[in-house]
Design a protein around this ligand. Structure first.
Ligand code: SAM
Length: 253
């Protein structure tokens, strides 16, 4: 069952994000150097084991895929999705030789996976974290107790407040919802147990972990029972094999 994102504000944010990543996709990877150690810590903190399933939320150009894949091994599976065709095309090219990586062209609120995952990575996915509907929908794809890593930018502490103008404009380049950086995690925290947050980048970033509460998974099971009884899991409308070019199976969003 899809949760429609009926909030027009979130639709506006998504549209802005799509336009921004259309421009950024080609040079996105070149801007990632400073956050690479955070990405590594985020993946490491998921505590993945061989054979597990992991979801890369808003996977972008696929920069976390190799790390995730190496953590779950050949028997494990990595799922990733992104709403930007330009970003996803790059991820698809990267993942083309990897049979255990499935990439989907989808917005967070319409994600649909064929199985529950053991871990979820939100790496610099601010816009998705600002949509309660998107968060709820993504977490429905995880089993109870699944480990969740969340990393991103936030405002500096109050004593460095003048620098936050710079943080705002840095975010403005990439996010549809560039503000709301005081506590960008506040909408996902109620869904997670054992939330632990560490500031990164001198306070301009954060890395946090938690586990999916039972309730989120119960909702997922109830939704599946009510909406899909007897029907085989429907592949996401947007799902295409990694090797298929973006836009081939579905009209551009
Ligand atoms: C800053 S990039 C991060 C990409 C990747 N996670 C990384 O760490 O390199 C944010 C990504 O989120 C995607 N995104 C934003 N809003 C989305 C939504 N509602 N559904 C799916 N993807 C979304 C963007 O297209 C973009 O690729």
């Amino acid at each position: 069952m899809e949760l429609p994102d009926t909030d027009p504000a979130h639709e506006r944010i998504r549209a802005l994000s799509l336009a921004k990543y259309r421009r950024h996709a080609a040079r996105y990877d070149g801007s990632l150097g400073p956050t690479w150690p955070i990405r590594q810590r985020a993946v490491q903190g998921l505590g993945l084991r061989a054979g597990q399933r992991v979801l890369d939320v808003g996977c972008g150009t696929g920069m976390s895929l190799a790390l995730l894949r190496s953590a779950v091994g050949e028997r494990g599976h990595v799922y990733g999705f992104d709403q930007s065709p330009e970003m996803l095309a790059r991820a698809r090219a990267l993942a083309a030789p990897w049979p255990n990586v499935t990439l989907m062209h989808a917005a967070a609120h319409e994600l649909r996976l064929p199985e529950a995952v053991d871990a979820v990575l939100f790496h610099y996915t601010h816009d998705i974290l600002r949509s309660p509907c998107a968060i709820e929908h993504v977490l429905r794809s995880a089993r109870p107790g699944a480990r969740v890593a969340v990393a991103g930018m936030k405002y500096f502490p109050r004593w460095l407040a003048p620098l936050n103008l710079w943080v705002y404009f840095k975010n403005h380049g990439y996010n549809g919802a560039p503000g709301q950086l005081a506590r960008p995690w506040d909408r996902i925290v109620p869904h997670l147990a054992g939330w632990q947050l560490t500031p990164t980048q001198f306070g301009m970033g954060y890395l946090a972990f938690g586990t999916v509460r039972q309730g989120a998974a119960d909702q997922a099971a109830a939704a599946a029972a009510a909406g899909d009884r007897g029907a085989p899991p429907r592949a996401p409308a947007a799902t295409r094999p990694s090797s298929q070019p973006a836009g081939a199976a579905q009209g551009a969003r």
